[in-house]
Design a protein around this ligand. Structure first.
Ligand SMILES: Cc1ncc(COP(=O)(O)O)c(C=O)c1O
Length: 202
């Protein structure tokens, strides 16, 4: 939905982190766009800003979005990524599926780019059994996504659909389960951080 909201279409290039789960890249293909994979670095385990800049120079105006990931809940170097993307005027989408509860310089991951995408899949830090969340401060685009994700039903008294619709709505029952789990989020993030510090050798 984020890619569609940014107008990504057939033949466009989306720069995407290579070290990630397939679900980061699949939506690029849904739009018939072309994923170009960018390597990660040793410091962040996420998208390498130097490699990103090289690709932006190489592909120029064909690049319509950059898709970064905060893998395992480790934050990407958002200062450098945002600085580079702003210079090239390319919107950033953050795949924050694994980083609920992660902050970068005091700001929550998933809130730096144009869109942030969170997952509440069964293997995530809190879960609604399935589904996720799209966040943005772009109210107009969020409104449009809400429309598409609830079957694109026009504001008519009868069933009328002028645009292709999707059934991506989270049900209120599973949303309730997710809200209940917010109570244990802090505790789980603290546990995860102990583990991350061990594997990162801190
Ligand atoms: C990095 C990453 N991106 C995307 C996804 C997809 O999320 P979902 O299963 O909610 O579609 C996952 C996990 O499933 C993930 O770990």
């Amino acid at each position: 939905m984020a890619l569609k909201a940014l107008g990504v279409k057939e033949g466009d290039i989306v720069l995407c982190q290579s070290l990630t789960f397939a679900a980061t890249a699949n939506p690029i293909i849904y739009q018939n766009a072309i994923p170009v994979f960018i390597d990660s670095n040793y410091e962040t385990w996420n998208m390498d800003p130097n490699a990103l800049e090289e690709a932006l120079q190489k592909y120029g105006e064909r690049v319509k979005a950059v898709l970064v990931v905060h893998l395992y809940g480790l934050s990407t170097d958002m200062d450098r990524i945002m600085n580079i993307c702003n210079r090239y005027n390319v919107p950033v989408i953050e795949d924050a599926a694994e980083s609920l509860g992660t902050y970068y310089k005091g700001k929550h991951t998933g809130t730096f780019g144009k869109f942030g995408v969170f997952s509440f899949n069964g293997n995530k830090i809190i879960t609604t059994s399935g589904g996720g969340m799209l966040v943005s401060d772009d109210e107009e685009r969020i409104k449009k996504v809400r429309f598409w994700s609830t079957q694109s039903r026009d504001a008519a008294r009868y069933y009328q659909h002028s645009e292709l619709g999707y059934n991506y709505r989270m049900s209120n029952i599973v949303a309730g389960i997710g809200r209940g789990q917010l109570k244990v989020l802090e505790q789980r993030v603290a546990k995860r951080n102990i583990f991350l510090n061990i594997i990162k050798g801190n």
